[in-house]
Design a protein around this ligand. Structure first.
Ligand code: NA7
Length: 539
């Protein structure tokens, strides 16, 4: 038996929740298929100690309902995972979305029928859903990457993966813990695990740049003043040239302020801007000097500033040097936002093993063998990242016109038009897909923008009695090239990061997110729609 719908959505994270709300409101039939047992996506799976958002709470939240915006009470400047998950649950309950979501349901395939002009979506349990439209709301960081390390499966102690953390409390008291991975997840988890464990060994391959969060309780008076101005703040977040975080000043700016460029600053002025940004905290440190991600000299200056900070914080100069990134320009790998990360290495029971000079040879039943020693462990944690942006899409068998598979068409890297659709896959939308600002942006801003655009597109198709939409090959090719041209005008490609697929052996190297900023990107999408969906073909 198959269920027939207007729209099938894969994923009940924030994207799936908002889209299902809009579809439900519009009277369309919709089903959301979700692998987890609850809503929340990223925030359902990533429950590791210290997990919290690196965007500020009042910006990392939905703007579509002012009642929701006003009612919801964020407690901290950067919300922790349980609070964000509670928010996702609240949204699902408040807007009556749960009845359309089928949990514990993994989608294994989605195929387009040229004759029926329908998508058929099949689950692991063999259930079949057919729909006119299929929307992949599968998230950008949802397929964990397990490292290839000899003996990883032989470890007999407690073993945890950051992005697949158990739902039961985990206690590290009295244990010798090891952690592999020093990206955002590791950098958030390390200080918290160190607070409990008897001994913590951090196995670091590549150091990452991290700035202090200066997290803390939100001041209710500040929040009230911010909320009184919420629409203006949201406009700032949506239209800016940057990543959609906007500024969190109490008085929202009427216009974007021109970025301050490095060449206009003396060294003293540049340092004081960085000092101010460092003491304010958060990822907006990267915007203190406006061309940090475009200009090698500016970037080198900012790198030196952070290296000096690390040396000030970390007492042992050898450890400080090992923690100081030198292999990539700052910001070209996602900047981390931490609470006490560098200071944790001053604790006598915390140790850094620099895998660059002492690589792991293998993991055994009770520890890690490096080239120079054996480190006995009770517990091993891996925080080794994700098959980002394309991982979840390619894990499913997705086939479009004439049965051609997405994996085959993307074999040299993802090809999309606007990060929303791929040629040959009619009526298949992606939310925050490769080729859109996605992971370079405030996800809430980008999710709402894509959902609203898709909803307008569906209405327009109905009005004009169009049954299917897909990008023209030429428009797609031009967009793919444009995304690369924009990326190549920045320092991002030098980062060798998961933005490029560089963390997955054999994955094609292509810079996946669109780096021109959320405002310009929104303007392009809106102009495409205004010009009768320029670059799309309809049937
Ligand atoms: P990241 O940022 O991809 O970090 C993964 C870390 O794991 C990184 O330090 C890697 O070192 C390390 N890693 C991966 N494989 C290995 C092996 N085999 N040996 C040693 N170390 C390894 O993932 P996160 O989960 O921390 O963060 C992802 C995003 O989630 C983050 O940016 C936020 O947006 C939220 P490497 O750099 O490869 O040398």
């Amino acid at each position: 038996m198959s269920e027939s719908l207007d729209v099938v959505i894969v994923g009940a994270g924030f994207a799936g929740l908002y889209l299902s709300h809009r579809l439900q409101e519009s009277g369309r039939s919709v089903k959301v298929l979700e692998q987890g047992s609850d809503v929340g996506g990223t925030w359902y799976w990533n429950r590791y100690p210290g997990a919290r958002c690196d965007a500020e709470s009042l910006a990392y939240s939905f703007s579509f309902s002012s009642a929701l915006e006003q009612d919801w009470h964020w407690t901290e400047r950067y919300a922790a995972q349980p609070e964000i998950l509670a928010y996702a649950r609240h949204v699902a309950d408040r807007f009556g979305l749960r009845s359309r979501i089928q949990f514990d349901t993994r989608v294994v395939s989605a195929s387009w029928s040229d004759t029926a002009e329908l998508w058929t979506v099949e689950t692991e349990a063999g259930e079949i859903f057919t729909a006119n439209f299929c929307v992949m709301a599968t998230g950008c960081l949802s397929v964990p990457q397990r490292p290839v390390i000899e003996g990883l499966d032989d470890f007999e102690g407690n073993f945890y993966q950051a992005s697949q953390w158990p739902h039961e409390p985990v206690n590290f008291n009295g244990q010798r813990v090891g952690i592999i991975g020093t990206g955002s997840s590791g950098i958030q988890a390390i200080p918290v695990i160190a607070g409990e464990a008897d001994h913590l060994t951090v196995f670091q391959r590549t150091p990452n740049f991290s700035v202090p969060a200066h997290n803390g309780a939100l001041d209710p008076t500040w929040v009230d003043a911010f909320k009184a101005n919420y629409p203006a703040h949201r406009t700032n977040h949506k239209l800016g040239n940057g990543s959609g975080f906007g500024d969190l000043d109490i008085e929202p700016r009427a216009q974007m302020i021109d970025p301050i460029l490095f060449e206009s600053l003396s060294d003293g002025q540049a340092t004081s801007l960085l000092e101010e940004a460092w003491s304010r905290g958060g990822a907006r440190f990267m915007a203190a000097i406006g061309d940090t991600l475009m200009n090698e000299s500016a970037n080198a200056f900012v790198q030196r500033f952070v290296h000096a900070k690390i040396s000030e914080i970390v007492e042992d100069p050898v450890i400080a040097e090992a923690l100081s990134p030198t292999s990539h320009p700052i910001g070209t790998r996602r900047i981390c936002v931490d609470s006490n990360y560098y200071a944790t290495f001053n604790e006598p029971h915390v140790r850094l093993v620099n895998l660059r000079s002492d690589p792991i040879l293998k993991i055994t039943a009770n520890g890690v063998k490096t080239e120079s020693e054996f480190i006995e462990l009770d517990t091993l944690v891996i925080a080794t990242g994700f098959d980002a942006m394309t991982g979840a899409l390619l894990k499913m068998q997705i086939s479009g016109r004439e049965g051609r598979s997405l994996a085959e068409i993307w074999s040299e890297g993802p090809k999309t038009y606007l990060g929303l659709m791929t040629a040959g896959f009619p009526n298949l939308f992606m939310i925050t897909g490769p080729g859109s600002p996605s992971v370079l942006s405030n996800m809430m801003v980008s999710i709402e923008q894509h959902v609203d655009w898709i909803m307008d597109c569906l209405s327009d198709m109905e009005t004009k009695e169009r049954h299917s939409i897909e990008p023209a090959e030429s428009a797609q090719a031009a967009w793919v090239e444009h995304v690369q041209v924009v990326a190549n005008s920045t320092l991002f490609p030098q980062g060798g990061s998961w933005y490029l697929g560089a963390n997955i052996p054999g994955k094609p190297r292509l810079f996946m997110p669109y780096a021109a900023g959320v405002g310009p990107y929104r303007e392009i999408c809106d102009s495409v729609a205004r010009e009768d969906y320029r670059g799309f073909d309809f049937a």
